[in-house]
Design a protein around this ligand. Structure first.
Ligand code: BGC
Length: 778
């Protein structure tokens, strides 16, 4: 397809109209130019596509009539769900990330792609991979982790899975979209280093590992620049620096100025926005922006459209049964066993004959989030039914509702629950957190469970029975009740297969293998962004900087309730033989790490092996205590041993130096750590990096002696200069003189001004600094 030839034939108006949607879900087609249209749809854990939503005019913003209609349009109310096609609801992002299983999420990607194909969808508006900065961000359930390596690798795998089946992906929401209250107007204030190391890093990983077809720009601003406007985030970093060659789409309604967005590098403005198009066309005609910007957008849109069309596969049917099974095993791998006193789980039916199940969620489960990520599930496993089915006559179940659908309870409900529990050998309390419908004030308001759920837990715990709490939630919550119960199983919003997966874990048919994708703090005020979450509502300062998630708890030595990467199993694993071999040249570094893992318990199981790097002791910049750099999930039969290997690169040891505008891998001795969680380091090994080319740090005019002494060259040139100016005699230069200069806390220029009787002019100092810099660059 000769895109340039097509562009030559198109009028300005046609081109401008291609830069916005044909409606809410399609790009514009031009049969006269051989340009087809592609269809896109949400979401992040399954397909959400509404019947008729892309027929011309429907849910579009054209015309007063459809404007009126659009006022009643929501994603997730009953009416919308009625019109939504059925699809498989896989575990939400925050849940599936707890599986730490790249092969599994890749497989899910393939299944979602098949369901897209059945609906004629070319582009999936997912995955969501923003770093989970604060647990109250409502849409965190769509995002994977507080850690960029885990988030990036899981996202890279699902992108691979979806795209290898012939459907495009769109990573979102780029970038720093971490608050869902006033999300279209907030300005994130974040340091360059935190931006690079924490917030952009997952995107960069995916761009480099899996070449996603699209990226969606966020609603918010970053440091005063609109993410969907004239921002360096898109043109300079995403496209130029990382070489992303796909299409950039703005979030729905995120562009506030179509001219700025064209300059910034946003290619497709969604949904159809006619005022924006007119504004852009007029700006080109008035010479306010060159047509080249429009052509560039068209070029990227066309190349993506043609690519996705060429990938297109017709599909008449989908094996929903198989997808449901996949959803069940994905749910099982997402669940995290947080506490299991005296191995109460799996339930031993030799001893336990009656189980009381308390809580409405056992019969009306919450298994996914809300808003545009909602899926109309093809079938939903009901936990209570699945428990009965799984245990058959080995265990009798009784049920009490415990609380109402809105999370409140009454004394009557609690008494009934107590009576039900008293007659049983074990009590399973189903609790969880809900999200409100998506609106302009969407963030969660607190981190605790609804009162009714908490009271149920407390009252059951007071009975002196064995109590297991099963928790369904989108992001972490306060668990001040955890010490009073025997077991806690976090099942997250793990999708339509959650009920059966839960039953299988309770019975021991599945061995839990999930590990936390985010830290569970003791209380909300312990969280890293506690003081800077809402900011002054429209300005959100990221004061915690690079210390997000476990990086913060580790640095501040705060004990979380459950650390990042933590999760129990019915079996145990032993780590041994950690080795790390460095091979390096000045340009390239490879560290091969390997470790043996043995299943030392009685159950077959899966272990997620985590590899952290602890920085060298005297790093130039402050660094986190440790950072996750790789992970692998392996399956081991009881007694079996396997070797896990990892390959690390220079970047894994680097920090982002904002002064130099680049990543720096300092030479020195690092520690690689093989761990079962961020607080359970099983083995560590020293790794010495020697040969990396260290960056040249140019002197500034107001530098101190300290900076001049950083290089031998600089030091020698300074002494030559001082001798030349008659300020020192060559023979006076010794360690004492050097120490005295190094002691001086003023800029060298000021120090000379104060003590050198005016013999060094400003100009001479400036020349000296330039000369040193030239020598350093050579
Ligand atoms: C959401 C996106 C979504 C889009 C289309 C926006 O409001 O933020 O995540 O893909 O709508 O539904």
């Amino acid at each position: 397809m000769n895109i340039d030839k097509i562009i030559e034939k198109m009028t300005l108006h046609e081109k401008v109209m291609l830069c916005t949607g044909k409606n809410s879900w399609q790009t514009k087609d031009y049969p006269q130019h051989g340009i087809p249209s592609i269809r896109m749809s949400d979401g992040t854990s399954g397909v959400r596509f509404q019947k008729g939503s892309d027929e011309d005019g429907a849910v579009s913003l054209s015309g007063a009539e459809s404007f009126y209609e659009s006022l009643s349009g929501r994603f997730d109310d009953d009416d919308a769900m009625e019109r939504t096609y059925e699809a498989t609801a896989f575990p939400s992002g925050s849940a599936i990330a707890c599986s730490w299983n790249k092969a599994l999420i890749e497989k899910i990607g393939g299944a979602i792609a098949e369901e897209c194909q059945k609906l004629g969808i070319n582009l999936l508006l997912g995955p969501g991979l923003n770093t989970r900065r604060h647990p109250l961000t409502a849409r965190n359930f769509e995002y994977y982790s507080e850690d960029p390596c885990l988030a990036g690798d899981m996202a890279a795998a699902i992108v691979k899975g979806v795209q290898s089946e012939g459907v495009g992906t769109c990573m979102k929401h780029y970038a720093c979209h971490n608050s869902d209250t006033r999300r279209t107007r907030v300005n994130t204030i974040v340091s360059e280093r935190a931006l690079r190391e924490i917030y952009l890093a997952p995107y960069e990983r995916v761009v480099k590992k899996s070449a996603p077809t699209c990226v969606m720009t966020a609603y918010n601003q970053v440091n005063g620049e609109e993410c969907s406007g004239d921002t360096r985030l898109v043109r300079d970093i995403l496209k130029n620096e990382w070489g992303f060659d796909g299409m950039v789409i703005c979030d729905w309604g995120a562009v506030k100025d179509s001219v700025a967005a064209s300059r910034g590098g946003v290619d497709l403005q969604m949904p159809m926005a006619l005022t924006s198009s007119k504004h852009l066309e007029q700006a080109v005609l008035d010479g306010k922006i060159s047509e080249g910007f429009v052509d560039e957008r068209v070029r990227r849109i066309l190349s993506t459209v043609f690519k996705l069309k060429s990938w297109e596969k017709e599909r008449d049917s989908v094996d929903f049964e198989a997808h449901h099974k996949l959803a069940q095993s994905a749910a099982a791998e997402s669940m995290v066993l947080l506490k299991n006193e005296e191995n109460i789980l799996p339930l031993n039916t030799e001893k336990i004959k009656k189980a009381a199940v308390i809580g409405l969620l056992a019969k009306a489960p919450v298994y996914q989030g809300t808003g545009c990520a909602i899926v109309r599930a093809q079938q939903v496993d009901i936990p209570y039914e699945c428990m009965e089915k799984t245990f058959k006559d080995r265990l009798t179940f009784t049920y009490a509702k415990g609380y109402e659908a809105d999370g409140t309870t009454t004394e009557e409900l609690l008494l009934k629950a107590e009576n039900t529990a008293k007659a049983a050998d074990v009590v399973i309390v189903m609790a969880g957190t809900f999200l409100p419908g998506e609106d302009d004030d969407y963030n969660r308001k607190d981190m605790s469970l609804p009162r009714g759920h908490r009271e149920c837990i407390e009252r059951m715990a007071a009975l002196g029975k064995k109590v297991i709490v099963v928790l369904a939630n989108g992001d972490v919550c306060e668990m001040d009740w955890a010490d009073k119960v025997d077991a806690v199983l976090d099942i997250w919003y793990s999708g339509e297969g959650m009920g059966m997966a839960l039953a299988h874990i309770l019975s021991g048919r599945e061995n839990p293998s999930g590990k936390l994708s985010a830290t569970v703090p003791v209380k909300l005020s312990d969280t890293p962004a506690y003081l800077g979450f809402d900011g002054n509502i429209y300005e959100i300062p990221y004061n915690e900087d690079i210390y997000v998630g476990y990086r913060y708890y580790d640095k501040k030595q705060i004990q979380p309730r459950y650390p990042f990467g933590f999760g129990l199993s019915y079996t145990s694993f032993e780590y041994s033989n950690l080795t790390a071999n460095v091979s390096e040249t000045a340009e390239e570094l490879r560290v091969l790490v390997s470790v043996d893992i043995k299943n030392t318990g009685a159950y077959d199981g899966k272990e997620c092996v985590q590899l952290y790097i602890a920085p060298k002791k005297d790093a130039r910049l402050p660094r986190p205590v440790r950072e996750l750099k790789a992970f692998e999930k392996i399956s081991l039969k009881a007694g079996e041993t396997k070797t896990v290997t990892f390959e690390l690169s220079g970047r894994d040891f680097a920090y982002y130096d904002a002064d130099l505008c680049r990543w720096v891998t300092e030479n020195g001795v690092y520690t690689v750590e093989a761990a079962a969680s961020s607080r359970d380091i099983r083995l560590s090994a020293a790794v010495e990096i020697k040969a990396q080319k260290q960056p040249v740090r140019l002197l500034k005019e107001d530098c101190g002696f300290h900076e001049i002494f950083e290089t031998e060259r600089g030091k020698m040139m300074l002494f030559d200069f001082l001798v030349e100016k008659g300020l020192l005699k060559r023979e006076q230069i010794d360690a004492r003189v050097e120490a005295s200069l190094a002691w001086a806390f003023w800029p060298a220029k000021t120090f000379l001004d104060m003590g050198a009787s005016g013999v060094v002019s400003y100009e001479e100092w400036q020349k000296f600094v330039e000369k040193v810099n030239q020598a350093l660059v050579k």
